[in-house]
Design a protein around this ligand. Structure first.
Ligand SMILES: [Zn+2]
Length: 464
Protein backbone atom coordinates (compact mmCIF):
# COMPACT_ATOMS: atom_id res chain seq x y z
CA UNK A 1 0.00 0.00 0.00
CA UNK A 2 1.47 3.37 -0.95
CA UNK A 3 2.36 5.52 2.06
CA UNK A 4 3.09 9.21 2.37
CA UNK A 5 6.59 9.11 0.85
CA UNK A 6 5.39 7.06 -2.12
CA UNK A 7 2.39 9.34 -2.69
CA UNK A 8 4.72 12.33 -2.49
CA UNK A 9 6.94 10.67 -5.08
CA UNK A 10 3.99 10.03 -7.38
CA UNK A 11 2.81 13.67 -7.03
CA UNK A 12 6.29 15.03 -7.79
CA UNK A 13 6.71 12.68 -10.73
CA UNK A 14 3.34 13.65 -12.20
CA UNK A 15 4.25 17.31 -11.71
CA UNK A 16 7.26 16.77 -13.95
CA UNK A 17 5.29 14.77 -16.51
CA UNK A 18 1.94 16.52 -16.93
CA UNK A 19 2.38 20.08 -15.62
CA UNK A 20 0.43 22.46 -17.90
CA UNK A 21 -1.16 19.66 -19.93
CA UNK A 22 -4.78 20.28 -20.93
CA UNK A 23 -7.43 17.58 -20.54
CA UNK A 24 -9.16 17.04 -23.90
CA UNK A 25 -11.43 14.18 -22.88
CA UNK A 26 -11.98 11.80 -19.95
CA UNK A 27 -13.21 8.22 -20.24
CA UNK A 28 -14.36 6.62 -17.01
CA UNK A 29 -14.35 2.88 -17.63
CA UNK A 30 -15.23 1.80 -14.08
CA UNK A 31 -17.62 4.47 -12.74
CA UNK A 32 -17.41 3.44 -9.04
CA UNK A 33 -13.83 4.74 -8.97
CA UNK A 34 -15.33 8.25 -9.04
CA UNK A 35 -16.76 9.12 -5.63
CA UNK A 36 -18.18 12.50 -6.58
CA UNK A 37 -19.71 13.87 -8.69
CA UNK A 38 -21.19 11.13 -10.95
CA UNK A 39 -18.89 9.78 -13.65
CA UNK A 40 -20.64 11.71 -16.42
CA UNK A 41 -20.29 15.13 -14.76
CA UNK A 42 -16.75 14.18 -13.74
CA UNK A 43 -15.77 13.74 -17.39
CA UNK A 44 -17.65 16.79 -18.59
CA UNK A 45 -16.30 19.10 -15.85
CA UNK A 46 -12.69 17.99 -16.42
CA UNK A 47 -12.72 18.58 -20.14
CA UNK A 48 -10.76 21.71 -21.02
CA UNK A 49 -9.06 21.94 -17.61
CA UNK A 50 -5.29 22.46 -17.38
CA UNK A 51 -3.03 20.80 -14.74
CA UNK A 52 -1.56 23.71 -12.78
CA UNK A 53 -0.60 22.65 -9.24
CA UNK A 54 0.38 19.35 -7.61
CA UNK A 55 -0.08 18.82 -3.86
CA UNK A 56 -0.40 16.08 -1.33
CA UNK A 57 -2.49 15.99 1.85
CA UNK A 58 -1.89 12.89 3.95
CA UNK A 59 -2.06 10.13 1.37
CA UNK A 60 -4.36 12.08 -0.97
CA UNK A 61 -3.10 13.47 -4.28
CA UNK A 62 -4.43 16.94 -5.04
CA UNK A 63 -4.32 18.30 -8.59
CA UNK A 64 -5.12 21.98 -8.97
CA UNK A 65 -6.72 22.66 -12.35
CA UNK A 66 -7.83 25.85 -14.13
CA UNK A 67 -10.95 26.14 -12.01
CA UNK A 68 -11.35 22.70 -10.46
CA UNK A 69 -9.54 20.59 -7.88
CA UNK A 70 -9.09 16.90 -8.66
CA UNK A 71 -8.42 14.68 -5.62
CA UNK A 72 -7.30 11.04 -5.79
CA UNK A 73 -6.52 8.34 -3.24
CA UNK A 74 -4.61 5.28 -4.46
CA UNK A 75 -5.66 3.05 -1.54
CA UNK A 76 -4.13 -0.43 -1.98
CA UNK A 77 -2.92 -0.69 -5.54
CA UNK A 78 -3.76 2.47 -7.49
CA UNK A 79 -1.17 3.50 -10.07
CA UNK A 80 -0.84 6.24 -12.66
CA UNK A 81 0.76 5.73 -16.04
CA UNK A 82 1.75 8.54 -18.37
CA UNK A 83 1.98 7.71 -22.09
CA UNK A 84 3.40 10.04 -24.74
CA UNK A 85 0.69 8.99 -27.22
CA UNK A 86 -2.71 7.35 -27.50
CA UNK A 87 -2.50 3.97 -25.77
CA UNK A 88 -4.92 1.07 -25.49
CA UNK A 89 -6.20 0.71 -21.88
CA UNK A 90 -5.60 -2.70 -20.29
CA UNK A 91 -8.10 -4.65 -18.17
CA UNK A 92 -7.08 -2.79 -15.00
CA UNK A 93 -7.33 0.71 -16.50
CA UNK A 94 -10.35 2.48 -15.00
CA UNK A 95 -9.93 6.08 -16.16
CA UNK A 96 -8.25 7.47 -19.27
CA UNK A 97 -7.42 11.18 -19.31
CA UNK A 98 -6.74 12.21 -22.91
CA UNK A 99 -4.38 15.17 -22.83
CA UNK A 100 -3.31 17.73 -25.42
CA UNK A 101 -0.09 15.70 -25.50
CA UNK A 102 -0.28 12.02 -24.59
CA UNK A 103 -2.48 10.27 -22.06
CA UNK A 104 -2.74 9.70 -18.31
CA UNK A 105 -4.15 6.31 -17.27
CA UNK A 106 -5.36 5.27 -13.83
CA UNK A 107 -4.89 1.55 -13.15
CA UNK A 108 -6.06 -0.31 -10.08
CA UNK A 109 -6.10 -4.10 -9.76
CA UNK A 110 -8.16 -4.04 -6.53
CA UNK A 111 -10.40 -1.11 -7.61
CA UNK A 112 -10.20 0.46 -4.11
CA UNK A 113 -8.83 3.82 -5.28
CA UNK A 114 -11.16 6.84 -5.43
CA UNK A 115 -11.47 10.21 -7.20
CA UNK A 116 -13.27 13.41 -6.22
CA UNK A 117 -13.76 16.65 -8.13
CA UNK A 118 -14.38 20.02 -6.49
CA UNK A 119 -14.72 23.63 -7.54
CA UNK A 120 -11.67 25.76 -6.81
CA UNK A 121 -13.30 27.70 -4.00
CA UNK A 122 -15.07 24.69 -2.48
CA UNK A 123 -13.91 23.02 0.73
CA UNK A 124 -12.23 19.70 -0.07
CA UNK A 125 -14.53 17.35 1.80
CA UNK A 126 -12.37 14.27 1.18
CA UNK A 127 -9.45 15.63 3.23
CA UNK A 128 -11.50 17.47 5.86
CA UNK A 129 -10.90 14.83 8.54
CA UNK A 130 -7.12 14.97 8.14
CA UNK A 131 -5.10 16.76 10.79
CA UNK A 132 -1.54 18.02 10.76
CA UNK A 133 1.03 16.84 8.27
CA UNK A 134 4.15 15.29 9.87
CA UNK A 135 6.19 18.38 8.94
CA UNK A 136 3.62 20.90 10.20
CA UNK A 137 4.96 23.13 13.02
CA UNK A 138 1.66 22.72 14.83
CA UNK A 139 2.47 19.07 15.37
CA UNK A 140 3.91 19.36 18.90
CA UNK A 141 4.33 16.97 21.86
CA UNK A 142 1.69 19.00 23.75
CA UNK A 143 -0.82 18.60 20.92
CA UNK A 144 -0.25 14.84 20.70
CA UNK A 145 -0.37 14.29 24.46
CA UNK A 146 -3.57 16.32 24.68
CA UNK A 147 -5.09 14.47 21.73
CA UNK A 148 -4.36 11.08 23.30
CA UNK A 149 -5.36 11.96 26.86
CA UNK A 150 -7.49 9.18 28.33
CA UNK A 151 -7.10 6.92 25.26
CA UNK A 152 -6.01 3.31 25.63
CA UNK A 153 -5.27 2.67 21.92
CA UNK A 154 -1.83 1.12 21.40
CA UNK A 155 0.62 3.75 20.16
CA UNK A 156 1.18 1.75 16.95
CA UNK A 157 -2.54 1.92 16.04
CA UNK A 158 -2.90 5.53 17.16
CA UNK A 159 -0.12 6.65 14.79
CA UNK A 160 -2.37 5.48 11.95
CA UNK A 161 -5.21 7.80 13.04
CA UNK A 162 -5.31 10.33 10.19
CA UNK A 163 -7.29 12.78 12.31
CA UNK A 164 -4.26 13.03 14.64
CA UNK A 165 -1.39 13.06 12.11
CA UNK A 166 -2.08 12.84 8.38
CA UNK A 167 -0.06 10.42 6.32
CA UNK A 168 1.46 7.73 8.55
CA UNK A 169 0.65 4.23 7.29
CA UNK A 170 1.26 0.78 8.74
CA UNK A 171 4.84 0.32 7.55
CA UNK A 172 6.12 3.64 8.86
CA UNK A 173 4.17 3.28 12.15
CA UNK A 174 6.14 0.06 12.76
CA UNK A 175 9.40 1.81 11.91
CA UNK A 176 8.63 4.81 14.13
CA UNK A 177 7.94 2.58 17.17
CA UNK A 178 11.26 0.82 16.60
CA UNK A 179 13.14 4.11 16.16
CA UNK A 180 11.94 5.37 19.58
CA UNK A 181 12.40 1.94 21.29
CA UNK A 182 8.75 1.72 22.16
CA UNK A 183 6.50 -1.27 22.75
CA UNK A 184 3.96 -0.96 19.91
CA UNK A 185 1.18 -1.89 22.37
CA UNK A 186 1.98 0.84 24.90
CA UNK A 187 -1.22 2.84 25.59
CA UNK A 188 -1.09 6.16 23.76
CA UNK A 189 -2.76 8.01 26.65
CA UNK A 190 0.26 7.35 28.89
CA UNK A 191 3.25 8.75 27.01
CA UNK A 192 5.56 11.50 28.25
CA UNK A 193 6.04 14.78 26.39
CA UNK A 194 9.70 13.87 25.86
CA UNK A 195 8.68 10.57 24.26
CA UNK A 196 6.16 12.35 22.01
CA UNK A 197 8.95 14.69 21.02
CA UNK A 198 11.07 11.67 20.08
CA UNK A 199 8.13 10.25 18.12
CA UNK A 200 7.75 13.48 16.12
CA UNK A 201 11.47 13.60 15.36
CA UNK A 202 11.53 9.92 14.36
CA UNK A 203 8.46 10.40 12.13
CA UNK A 204 10.05 13.33 10.32
CA UNK A 205 13.41 11.61 10.00
CA UNK A 206 11.97 8.37 8.62
CA UNK A 207 9.53 10.05 6.21
CA UNK A 208 12.09 12.59 5.01
CA UNK A 209 14.56 9.81 4.29
CA UNK A 210 11.91 7.84 2.42
CA UNK A 211 10.82 10.90 0.42
CA UNK A 212 14.43 11.51 -0.46
CA UNK A 213 14.88 7.89 -1.51
CA UNK A 214 11.66 8.19 -3.53
CA UNK A 215 12.94 11.36 -5.08
CA UNK A 216 16.02 9.58 -6.29
CA UNK A 217 13.87 6.92 -7.94
CA UNK A 218 11.95 9.55 -9.94
CA UNK A 219 14.76 9.62 -12.47
CA UNK A 220 14.42 5.91 -13.07
CA UNK A 221 10.70 6.16 -13.80
CA UNK A 222 9.91 6.14 -17.48
CA UNK A 223 6.31 6.09 -18.53
CA UNK A 224 5.26 4.04 -15.54
CA UNK A 225 4.52 5.58 -12.17
CA UNK A 226 3.83 2.23 -10.60
CA UNK A 227 4.33 2.55 -6.88
CA UNK A 228 6.59 -0.27 -5.84
CA UNK A 229 9.78 -0.67 -3.91
CA UNK A 230 8.72 1.15 -0.70
CA UNK A 231 12.40 1.92 -0.16
CA UNK A 232 12.73 -1.43 1.61
CA UNK A 233 16.46 -1.19 2.14
CA UNK A 234 15.71 1.51 4.74
CA UNK A 235 13.39 -0.61 6.90
CA UNK A 236 14.48 -1.92 10.33
CA UNK A 237 11.59 -4.16 11.37
CA UNK A 238 8.91 -4.16 8.64
CA UNK A 239 8.59 -7.56 6.93
CA UNK A 240 11.65 -8.86 8.80
CA UNK A 241 9.93 -11.50 10.97
CA UNK A 242 12.46 -13.95 12.53
CA UNK A 243 15.39 -11.98 11.07
CA UNK A 244 17.94 -10.52 13.49
CA UNK A 245 17.36 -7.01 14.88
CA UNK A 246 20.08 -4.74 13.44
CA UNK A 247 20.65 -3.26 16.92
CA UNK A 248 20.66 -6.26 19.27
CA UNK A 249 20.45 -9.39 17.13
CA UNK A 250 17.17 -10.65 18.65
CA UNK A 251 14.76 -12.14 16.10
CA UNK A 252 12.10 -9.63 15.01
CA UNK A 253 8.57 -10.66 15.99
CA UNK A 254 5.31 -10.22 14.15
CA UNK A 255 2.03 -9.76 16.00
CA UNK A 256 -1.34 -8.19 15.22
CA UNK A 257 -2.15 -4.84 16.80
CA UNK A 258 -5.57 -3.43 16.00
CA UNK A 259 -5.85 -6.04 13.24
CA UNK A 260 -2.71 -4.83 11.45
CA UNK A 261 0.58 -6.68 11.02
CA UNK A 262 3.04 -5.28 13.53
CA UNK A 263 6.77 -5.99 13.51
CA UNK A 264 8.96 -5.21 16.52
CA UNK A 265 12.07 -6.20 18.44
CA UNK A 266 11.03 -7.72 21.79
CA UNK A 267 14.28 -6.53 23.41
CA UNK A 268 14.75 -3.02 21.97
CA UNK A 269 11.01 -2.38 22.31
CA UNK A 270 10.47 -4.07 25.66
CA UNK A 271 7.24 -3.39 27.53
CA UNK A 272 8.00 -0.86 30.28
CA UNK A 273 6.15 0.15 33.43
CA UNK A 274 4.16 3.35 33.09
CA UNK A 275 6.18 6.10 34.74
CA UNK A 276 3.95 8.31 36.89
CA UNK A 277 4.76 11.42 38.94
CA UNK A 278 2.92 12.66 42.02
CA UNK A 279 3.21 16.34 42.82
CA UNK A 280 1.51 19.17 44.68
CA UNK A 281 2.54 22.23 46.69
CA UNK A 282 3.82 21.99 50.24
CA UNK A 283 0.79 21.26 52.38
CA UNK A 284 -1.21 19.71 49.55
CA UNK A 285 -0.88 16.18 50.94
CA UNK A 286 1.21 14.66 48.15
CA UNK A 287 3.29 12.59 50.60
CA UNK A 288 0.11 11.19 52.15
CA UNK A 289 -1.02 10.21 48.66
CA UNK A 290 2.31 8.57 47.81
CA UNK A 291 2.26 6.63 51.09
CA UNK A 292 -1.31 5.51 50.47
CA UNK A 293 -0.43 4.34 46.96
CA UNK A 294 2.51 2.37 48.42
CA UNK A 295 0.18 0.82 51.01
CA UNK A 296 -1.97 -0.45 48.13
CA UNK A 297 1.05 -2.46 46.93
CA UNK A 298 2.40 -0.16 44.20
CA UNK A 299 6.06 0.75 43.88
CA UNK A 300 6.73 4.37 44.78
CA UNK A 301 9.71 6.55 45.66
CA UNK A 302 10.08 10.11 46.97
CA UNK A 303 12.56 12.72 45.74
CA UNK A 304 12.77 14.26 49.22
CA UNK A 305 13.73 10.90 50.69
CA UNK A 306 16.32 10.32 47.95
CA UNK A 307 17.74 13.78 48.59
CA UNK A 308 17.98 13.14 52.34
CA UNK A 309 19.81 9.86 51.68
CA UNK A 310 22.20 11.55 49.24
CA UNK A 311 23.16 14.15 51.81
CA UNK A 312 24.36 11.29 54.04
CA UNK A 313 26.39 9.68 51.25
CA UNK A 314 30.17 10.06 51.66
CA UNK A 315 30.90 10.61 47.99
CA UNK A 316 28.13 13.19 47.70
CA UNK A 317 29.34 14.98 50.84
CA UNK A 318 32.87 15.08 49.40
CA UNK A 319 31.62 16.49 46.08
CA UNK A 320 29.38 19.11 47.69
CA UNK A 321 32.04 20.16 50.20
CA UNK A 322 34.47 20.76 47.35
CA UNK A 323 31.80 22.74 45.51
CA UNK A 324 31.03 25.09 48.42
CA UNK A 325 34.60 25.10 49.73
CA UNK A 326 34.19 23.54 53.17
CA UNK A 327 35.80 20.68 55.06
CA UNK A 328 33.82 17.42 54.52
CA UNK A 329 34.03 16.80 58.25
CA UNK A 330 32.05 19.95 59.01
CA UNK A 331 29.53 19.48 56.16
CA UNK A 332 25.88 19.61 57.16
CA UNK A 333 22.59 20.58 55.60
CA UNK A 334 22.56 24.03 57.32
CA UNK A 335 26.16 24.67 56.16
CA UNK A 336 25.12 23.85 52.59
CA UNK A 337 22.01 26.05 52.86
CA UNK A 338 24.05 28.96 54.25
CA UNK A 339 26.67 28.64 51.47
CA UNK A 340 24.20 28.78 48.60
CA UNK A 341 21.81 31.28 50.18
CA UNK A 342 23.47 34.38 48.72
CA UNK A 343 25.24 32.81 45.76
CA UNK A 344 22.82 32.15 42.91
CA UNK A 345 25.46 30.63 40.66
CA UNK A 346 26.64 28.22 43.35
CA UNK A 347 23.03 27.39 44.22
CA UNK A 348 22.37 26.47 40.60
CA UNK A 349 25.52 24.35 40.47
CA UNK A 350 24.60 22.46 43.64
CA UNK A 351 21.02 21.93 42.48
CA UNK A 352 22.10 20.63 39.10
CA UNK A 353 24.47 18.22 40.80
CA UNK A 354 21.82 16.94 43.21
CA UNK A 355 19.09 16.75 40.56
CA UNK A 356 21.40 14.64 38.41
CA UNK A 357 22.07 12.29 41.30
CA UNK A 358 18.37 12.08 42.22
CA UNK A 359 17.48 11.30 38.64
CA UNK A 360 20.03 8.47 38.57
CA UNK A 361 18.40 6.92 41.63
CA UNK A 362 14.94 7.29 40.05
CA UNK A 363 16.13 5.63 36.83
CA UNK A 364 17.57 2.71 38.80
CA UNK A 365 14.30 2.39 40.71
CA UNK A 366 12.36 2.40 37.47
CA UNK A 367 14.60 -0.25 35.96
CA UNK A 368 14.37 -2.50 39.03
CA UNK A 369 10.58 -2.35 38.78
CA UNK A 370 10.29 -2.67 35.02
CA UNK A 371 7.84 -5.57 35.30
CA UNK A 372 5.33 -3.55 37.31
CA UNK A 373 2.35 -2.05 35.50
CA UNK A 374 3.15 1.39 36.85
CA UNK A 375 5.75 3.00 39.15
CA UNK A 376 5.28 6.28 41.04
CA UNK A 377 7.72 9.06 41.90
CA UNK A 378 6.86 11.88 44.29
CA UNK A 379 8.40 15.05 42.82
CA UNK A 380 7.91 18.35 44.72
CA UNK A 381 8.86 20.80 41.94
CA UNK A 382 7.58 18.80 39.00
CA UNK A 383 6.05 21.64 36.98
CA UNK A 384 8.63 24.22 38.07
CA UNK A 385 11.33 22.20 36.29
CA UNK A 386 11.22 20.34 33.00
CA UNK A 387 10.79 17.06 34.87
CA UNK A 388 7.09 16.94 34.07
CA UNK A 389 8.11 16.26 30.46
CA UNK A 390 9.82 13.02 31.52
CA UNK A 391 6.78 11.26 32.99
CA UNK A 392 4.11 9.30 31.16
CA UNK A 393 1.52 10.59 33.56
CA UNK A 394 1.53 13.54 36.02
CA UNK A 395 -0.78 13.38 39.03
CA UNK A 396 -1.42 16.63 40.92
CA UNK A 397 -2.62 16.53 44.52
CA UNK A 398 -4.67 19.67 44.70
CA UNK A 399 -6.02 21.68 47.61
CA UNK A 400 -7.58 25.12 47.41
CA UNK A 401 -5.24 27.97 48.48
CA UNK A 402 -7.29 28.63 51.67
CA UNK A 403 -6.86 24.99 52.68
CA UNK A 404 -3.10 25.10 52.07
CA UNK A 405 -2.79 28.31 54.10
CA UNK A 406 -4.69 26.77 56.99
CA UNK A 407 -2.48 23.67 56.93
CA UNK A 408 0.72 25.74 56.83
CA UNK A 409 -0.47 27.66 59.92
CA UNK A 410 -1.61 24.56 61.80
CA UNK A 411 1.12 22.09 60.86
CA UNK A 412 4.15 24.30 60.21
CA UNK A 413 3.52 27.12 62.65
CA UNK A 414 3.50 29.87 60.00
CA UNK A 415 1.67 33.10 60.70
CA UNK A 416 -1.31 33.92 58.48
CA UNK A 417 0.72 36.48 56.58
CA UNK A 418 3.68 34.16 56.13
CA UNK A 419 1.45 31.39 54.84
CA UNK A 420 -0.30 33.71 52.40
CA UNK A 421 2.99 35.12 51.15
CA UNK A 422 4.32 31.58 50.73
CA UNK A 423 1.34 30.46 48.67
CA UNK A 424 1.52 33.61 46.52
CA UNK A 425 5.21 32.95 45.81
CA UNK A 426 4.46 29.47 44.40
CA UNK A 427 3.45 28.61 40.87
CA UNK A 428 -0.31 29.03 40.75
CA UNK A 429 -2.45 25.98 41.36
CA UNK A 430 -4.49 26.73 38.27
CA UNK A 431 -1.38 26.59 36.07
CA UNK A 432 -0.44 23.29 37.65
CA UNK A 433 -3.95 21.97 37.15
CA UNK A 434 -3.68 22.72 33.45
CA UNK A 435 -0.33 20.97 33.19
CA UNK A 436 -1.38 17.87 35.13
CA UNK A 437 -2.87 14.79 33.48
CA UNK A 438 -5.02 13.96 36.49
CA UNK A 439 -6.00 15.99 39.55
CA UNK A 440 -6.57 14.41 42.96
CA UNK A 441 -8.64 16.71 45.20
CA UNK A 442 -7.66 16.90 48.86
CA UNK A 443 -9.88 19.00 51.11
CA UNK A 444 -9.01 17.67 54.55
CA UNK A 445 -11.11 14.56 54.67
CA UNK A 446 -8.75 11.58 54.59
CA UNK A 447 -11.41 9.07 53.54
CA UNK A 448 -12.44 11.28 50.66
CA UNK A 449 -8.80 11.77 49.67
CA UNK A 450 -8.16 8.01 49.59
CA UNK A 451 -11.34 7.55 47.64
CA UNK A 452 -10.14 10.14 45.11
CA UNK A 453 -6.73 8.43 44.88
CA UNK A 454 -8.36 5.09 44.11
CA UNK A 455 -10.65 6.63 41.51
CA UNK A 456 -7.68 8.25 39.75
CA UNK A 457 -5.64 5.04 39.93
CA UNK A 458 -8.50 3.12 38.36
CA UNK A 459 -8.77 5.69 35.58
CA UNK A 460 -5.06 5.34 34.83
CA UNK A 461 -4.95 1.55 35.18
CA UNK A 462 -7.90 1.17 32.83
CA UNK A 463 -5.65 2.49 30.05
CA UNK A 464 -2.88 -0.06 30.62
ZN1 LIG B 1 16.66 -5.24 19.09
Amino acid sequence: MPELPEVETVVRTLEKKIQNRIIRNVRVIYPRIVSSPDAESFSADLTGQRFIGFDRRGKFLIFRLTDKVLVAHLRMEGKFFVYPKKTQPDKHTHIVFELDQGELHYNDVRKFGRFWLYDNDEEIEAVKGLRYEPFDDRLTPEYLKGYCHGKKEPIKSQLLDQSMIAGIGNIYANEICFEVSMDPEHPCGLISLNKWDEIIRATRKILARAIEAGGTTIRSYTSSLGVTGLFQQELNVQSREKEACYTCGTPIRKIRVGGRGTYYCPVCQKKRAVFAAITGTIGSGKSTVREYIESLGYKAISCDAINADLLKDEKVIADLSAMIGCDPASFSKPVLKEAIFRDARLKKQVEEYLHGKIWQVICRFRQENEDEKVVFVEVPLLFETDWYRRFDCCLLVYSRDETVIRRLRENRGMSGQEAERFVASQMSSDTKKQMADYVIMNENDLDKLFNNVEKTLNTVLKLI
